[in-house]
Ligand binder design. Structure first.
Ligand SMILES: Cc1ncc(COP(=O)(O)O)c(C=O)c1O
Length: 282
């Protein structure tokens, strides 16, 4: 999504810098600092840092306090891509309190708030900047209101103009179930990921490929063709796995973002992978 965003903004994909990660797939603040210094030395003008809370493959969480320090020192905007992972803050507030350091934060209620597609959300701290960017002109008072004291219309703070009432389903389910139900369901998803990781580690034929930071688990069969295993697992139709590449290895990836998943479903992943491996030739 970030290369697409820079292309859309007219910055150009070639001006996006990918920053090296540590052994747990978290952005390295020293590498970030070095990338900024290299660009400045080459006469380029860095404008923003995008950190991730919950990377797609492994769920890694970038070190926000250190990254925010760099952003503060270098006078750069700090955006946090929390599309998948940021809602874990409901269940793990102490681990994610540094989210408050972001200038803007994206999250997908259609991922870890269990909503039907689509329900993406952008939170930002500087509505004045958004309005300046998306309004027709500085003194534009809005189509809905000719009275400047009444404030801006929502379509003057983002790309879209006409749009569906996407927030309704989220508002309704938060009202109906209450915040605690979401927090408990997310805590269960996190527990399910740990349960799977433990089951994988306990099985001699399987290995974990990345630390489990949130609810994504990447693993592989040690001996068999994991691509073929994935096809067999999904064809068997009992559980559904996606795939990823972790340090050049093909990974079987499970990601728990469903409030109906049971411990039995989780453990069935292991038995299904082993059964599928039995159907795959050496
Ligand atoms: C970390 C992260 N960022 C961005 C996206 C893109 O979100 P969307 O598909 O809602 O545009 C995803 C998942 O799709 C994601 O996991």
């Amino acid at each position: 999504s970030i290369p697409k965003a820079v292309a859309l903004l007219g910055i150009g994909r070639s001006n996006l810098r990918l920053v090296a990660v540590d052994d747990q797939f978290r952005m390295r603040p020293d590498a970030l600092q070095a990338a900024i210094a290299a660009d400045r030395a080459a006469g380029r003008n860095p404008i923003a840092i995008v950190a991730t809370v919950g990377t797609i493959v492994s769920g890694a969480i970038d070190p926000l306090p250190e990254i925010a320090d760099v952003a503060g020192r270098e006078d750069l905007w700090l955006h946090v891509d929390g599309a998948y992972g940021v809602l874990a803050a409901l269940a793990l507030p102490e681990r994610l309190n540094s989210l408050a350091l972001a200038d803007s934060l994206s999250l997908d209620a259609h991922k870890w708030l269990y909503q039907p597609l689509d329900c993406g959300c952008l939170l930002h701290r500087h509505p004045d900047i958004a309005r300046k960017t998306f309004s027709h002109s500085d003194d534009y008072v809005g189509l809905l209101s000719q009275d400047p004291t009444e404030g801006f219309a929502f379509f003057e703070e983002s790309f879209e103009l006409s749009r569906r009432f996407r927030a309704l389903k989220l508002w309704l389910s938060l009202q109906y179930h209450g915040r605690r139900a979401f927090r408990d369901a997310i805590a269960e998803d996190l527990r399910h990921a740990r349960l799977l990781a433990e089951a994988v580690e306990a099985h001699p034929e399987l290995e974990l490929l990345a630390p489990v930071a949130l609810s994504a688990v990447c693993c592989r069969h040690r001996a068999k063709d994991n691509r073929a295993i994935l096809r067999r697992v999904n064809a068997r139709g009992r559980v559904y796995l996606s795939n990823a590449t972790v340090r050049d290895q093909f990974a079987l990836r499970a990601c728990f973002v469903n409030h109906r998943t049971t411990d039995g479903n989780v453990l069935e992943i292991v038995s299904e992978v082993i059964a599928a491996a039995g159907e795959v030739n050496d």
